[in-house]
Design a protein around this ligand. Structure first.
Ligand code: GUN
Length: 283
């Protein structure tokens, strides 16, 4: 059995660290970090995610303001709310849960968020800043992966990093972050030729495809570090990743489980971004 990279435990540690930082801020006379969480419609998965985020905020001492809007909300109404939140001095972070209902243009909404309050790191200003190595809000799932690799002392520098998936939320930003850590990057996708062969060369393999158990031992080099970003629900109701954990666990050096791997780190990084934003806005 390879080393288990425990995201649940690591995220708990980070949340404890953030809680101490918030206590110090309050003692220094600053306002509590405040996150506006905007949810439009009644997608059950989004409701679960948003509840986890609100609970995380409460634990750390971040004030969360919940805006739960009906499915019928117009794009204009949502943009008005974002303008109002952008203007408010007492709001340090704005999160609009995705996906949005189909009649709302997601890109327009993300562009409307003040980049200095964009704790999700989805605004093109932050995406661009990341790619040229400027300080910025980094999107939370990939930032969580880097944090896990660092805390488990798994070197990135000079390593052959293969990312399967090219989404704006994970595949592209994790590539930029691994590159910034001096990894050698290959991004794979549905048109990649000889995917197995490419993956098999990876020292660090990141699976962010969205297909249950697709990555089995045929894709994994002996001694590789395997990071599973997938969250798939099986017919029996259980969650599983993009990696066939039982098939891979004996050949990898280290591996993240699902659940309890990358997932909890996403929220920890969101909370971290909120604390950073609150400090910056009050300095
Ligand atoms: N939907 C799925 N993942 C995310 C995320 O990290 N942030 C937001 N805002 N929406 C999401």
């Amino acid at each position: 059995m390879s080393m288990l990279i425990n995201g649940k435990e690591t995220s708990k540690k980070i949340k404890e660290e953030l809680k101490n930082q918030v206590t110090d801020m309050i003692e220094a006379g600053m306002e509590a970090p405040t996150l506006a969480v905007v949810l439009v419609g009644d997608d059950p998965a989004s409701q679960v995610y948003v509840n986890h985020k609100k609970k995380g905020c409460a634990f750390v001492g971040i004030r969360s303001l919940a805006y739960e809007m009906p499915e019928t909300t117009s794009e204009e109404e949502l943009l008005e709310l974002i303008d109002e939140l952008n203007e408010r001095q007492d709001v340090h972070g704005i999160l609009v849960q995705l996906p949005l209902p189909r009649h709302i243009d997601e890109e327009k909404v993300l562009l409307a968020i003040d980049p200095l309050k964009d704790v999700d790191g989805f605004h093109p200003f932050n995406v661009g800043s990341l790619s040229i190595g400027r300080e910025c809000f980094k999107s939370c799932t990939p930032a969580g992966i880097i944090e896990l690799l660092k805390r488990y002392e798994l070197d990135i520098e000079g390593k052959n990093c293969v990312i399967v998936g090219r989404s704006n939320i994970v595949g592209k930003p994790i590539s930029m972050m691994l590159l910034a850590e001096n990894g050698t990057i290959t991004i794979c996708h549905s048109r990649t030729k000889d995917l197995k062969g490419v993956c098999k060369k990876a020292d660090i393999l990141i699976a962010a495809i969205g297909r249950a158990k697709m990555i089995n031992r045929d894709y994994v080099k002996e001694g590789a570090v395997v990071i599973d970003v997938g969250i798939n629900r099986l017919d029996n109701g259980k969650l599983c990743g993009d990696v066939d954990f039982d098939d891979v666990k004996d050949i990898a050096e280290a591996i993240t489980p699902v659940p309890g791997g990358v997932g909890p780190m996403t929220i920890a990084m969101l909370l971290k971004n909120c604390v950073i934003s609150a400090k910056k806005h009050q300095e």
